[in-house]
Ligand binder design. Structure first.
Ligand code: 3PG
Ligand code: MG
Length: 404
C-alpha cells in the first residue's frame, strides 16, 4: 500500500514533528557508529530546505530507573547532528512542559530542534511507568498538539508501538493532521518490501546468527518466497542435530531441534547448510582450531563456516538477482572465526547484477568492518525492525502512517 510521504506535504512555515531513530551506540558521551543519524539527514534537510520547522523526537537506549537518564541524554546526538547539518540544533533537555513549548514557539522557519530522549517518559517520579514505550495515549496526544504535521522516518523503531511513533500518529489523524513517511522509511519499505513480496529471481536469503529461535519467523515466511535459503552461524548446529549429526560442543537449542527438523522437511533442497566448519577447543580466538567436514568431533565447537561452505554458498549466490542477508556466518568479532562472514560479504559486493540487502546489527557491523557497505544496494538501519519486516509482520510504526 502506498504511503503518504514527506514530498506530499506542504512544509512552508509548518511545525513539523519528526520521529527519527537516533538510538545510536554512545559510550561515556561519545557516539560510536553514527550511521542512523546520517541516514536521517535527507528528510531533515528536505524539511529545512522547504522552510519547515523540524522538531525531532527519538529514543536512546532503555530507561527503567531515574539513574539511567543522565547517560542516555540525546545532547551528544544534538551536537553531532549540528556538525552533520552544518547549522545550529536547539537541544531541549526535557520531553514536555513550558520549556519545550516555548522553544518550539521561538523557532524560525527552516530551523531544527531536538527534544530530549522520549524514553525519559518511561520513568516518572522514580516510577517505571512506560508512558513512551507503553504508548500512553495522553502522551501521544500531548506531543501531537505541538505540531501541524508528523513525519515518521524511524524505520529502526517501526516494530515498537511507542507514544512517539504510533501514539503521535493516531492523535494527529484524529485532529485531521497529516502523517507521512520520511525518505528513509520510504527507502527501507521499498527495498525490504520488494525483496520479500516482489523479488527479482533467483531470490536467495542468507540467514546466520547464534539462535534458530531468533530466525524461525523469518525462515517460515521466506520458505515460500525465496528460491534458496542459506543457513550459517551458530544456528547451523541445531540443524545438524536435527539431521542426527554429531555437533561436539557447538551451540545448540535443544528445544528447537524439532522445529529445525520441520524446516528441513518443508524446505527440502531450498535449504543450504554448511558442509564444513572451523572448529575450536574453546570459545576463544587463540584456542587451538582447525577445519572439519560434516560432523563436529567430540571436544570441539564450531565457530565459523569452512572454505568449502564458502565456495558452495558463492555458487548458489553467483546467479542471484535478489539477496537478503541477516546474521553473521560465524563469530566474526574474533579474527580466527571471521573468514566466513567476511568472504560472503566480499562476494556480495561483487554481485553487480543483483540487489543486495543487509539487515540486522551484526551483519551491518560485519560489512562495515569489511569496507564493502558501499558496494551493496541497501544496508537497513533496522535490526529488530528489519527482522520483523522479513517475518511478514505488520509493523506498528508503519501501519500508523497515512495511506495515499
Ligand atoms: C533498535 O535499535 O532496535 C531500535 O532503535 C529499537 O530500540 P529497542 O530495541 O530498545 O526497542
Ligand atoms: Mg532492538
Amino acid at each position: 500500500m502506498a504511503k503518504l510521504t514527506v514530498s506530499d506535504l506542504d512544509l512552508d512555515g509548518k511545525k513539523v514533528l519528526m520521529r527519527v531513530d537516533f538510538n545510536v551506540p554512545i559510550k561515556d558521551g561519545v557516539i560510536g557508529d553514527d550511521n542512523r543519524i546520517q541516514a536521517a539527514l535527507p528528510t531533515i534537510e528536505y524539511v529545512l530546505n522547504h522552510n519547515g520547522k523540524a522538531i525531532l523526537f527519538s529514543h536512546l537506549g532503555r530507561i527503567k530507573k531515574e539513574d539511567d537518564k543522565p547517560a542516555l541524554s540525546l545532547r551528544p546526538v544534538a551536537e553531532r547532528l549540528s556538525n552533520l547539518l552544518n547549522k545550529p540544533v536547539t537541544f531541549v533537555p526535557v520531553t514536555e512542559g513550558a520549556q519545550l513549548e516555548e522553544a518550539i514557539n521561538n523557532m524560525a522557519d527552516g530551523s531544527v530542534l531536538l527534544v530530549e530522549n522520549t524514553r525519559y517518559e518511561d520513568v516518572v517520579n522514580g516510577e517505571y511507568v512506560k508512558r513512551e514505550s507503553g504508548n500512553d495515549p495522553k502522551l501521544g496526544e500531548y506531543w501531537a498538539s505541538l505540531g501541524d504535521e508528523f513525519i515518521n522516518d524511524a524505520f529502526g523503531t517501526a516494530h515498537r508501538s511507542h507514544a512517539s511513533n504510533a501514539g503521535i500518529a493516531d492523535a494527529m489523524r484524529k485532529d485531521g493532521k497529516p502523517v507521512a513517511a520520511g525518505f528513509l522509511m520510504e527507502k527501507e519499505i521499498q527495498f525490504l518490501g520488494d525483496a520479500v513480496n516482489n523479488p527479482q529471481r533467483p531470490f536467495v536469503a542468507i540467514l546466520g546468527g547464534a539462535k534458530v529461535s531468533d530466525k524461525i519467523g523469518v525462515i517460515d515466511n521466506l520458505l515460500d518466497k525465496a528460491d534458496k535459503i542459506i543457513i550459517g552461524g551458530g544456528m547451523t548446529y541445531t540443524f545438524y542435530a536435527a539431521k542426527g549429526m554429531n555437533i561436539g560442543n557447538s551451540l545448540v537449542e535443544e528445544d528447537k531441534i524439532e522445529v529445525a527438523k520441520n524446516i528441513l522437511e518443508k524446505g527440502g533442497d531450498k535449504i543450504v547448510l554448511p558442509v564444513d566448519s572451523v572448529v575450536a577447543k574453546e570459545f576463544n580466538n587463540d584456542a587451538e582450531h582447525k577445519v572439519v567436514e560434516g560432523d563436529i568431533p567430540d571436544g570441539w565447537m564450531a565457530l565459523d563456516i569452512g572454505p568449502k561452505s564458502v565456495a558452495e554458498f558463492e555458487d548458489v549466490l553467483k546467479d542471484a538477482k535478489t539477496v537478503v542477508w541477516n546474521g553473521p556466518m560465524g563469530v566474526f568479532e574474533m579474527p580466527n572465526y571471521a573468514n566466513g562472514t567476511l568472504e560472503i560479504g566480499k562476494f556480495l559486493g561483487t554481485l553487480s547484477g543483483a540487489t543486495t540487502i543487509v539487515g540486522g546489527g551484526d551483519s551491518t557491523a560485519a560489512v562495515k568492518q569489511l569496507g564493502v557497505s558501499d558496494k551493496l544496494t541497501h544496508i537497513s538501519t533496522g535490526g529488530g525492525a528489519s527482522l520483523e519486516y522479513l517475518e511478514g509482520k505488520a509493523l506498528p510504526g508503519i501501519a500508523a502512517i497515512d495511506n495515499k
